[in-house]
Write a protein of this length. Structure first.
Length: 67
């Protein structure tokens, strides 16, 4: 995660990186970020299945709050 932040923001200060990581650990991840993490941690088949389940959970949560 730290490397991804440094790549996006090459001149960012260390304390800002730490703060951004805390935010992301608290659930402030963009779709691209959590998908990249899953792809890194799991083989292709498992990553695909897990991604689908997470997207379904996100959809259900959004639908619940929309009502």
């Amino acid at each position: 995660m730290k490397n991804n932040i440094k790549t996006k923001f090459p001149y960012i200060r260390e304390e800002n990186i730490v703060e951004m990581i805390r935010d992301k650990q608290g659930g402030d991840l963009e779709d691209e970020e959590w998908q990249r993490i899953i792809s890194y941690m799991y083989n292709e088949k498992d990553a695909s299945a897990l991604t689908a389940r997470i997207q379904e959970a996100i959809h259900k949560k959004q639908f619940k709050y929309a009502q």
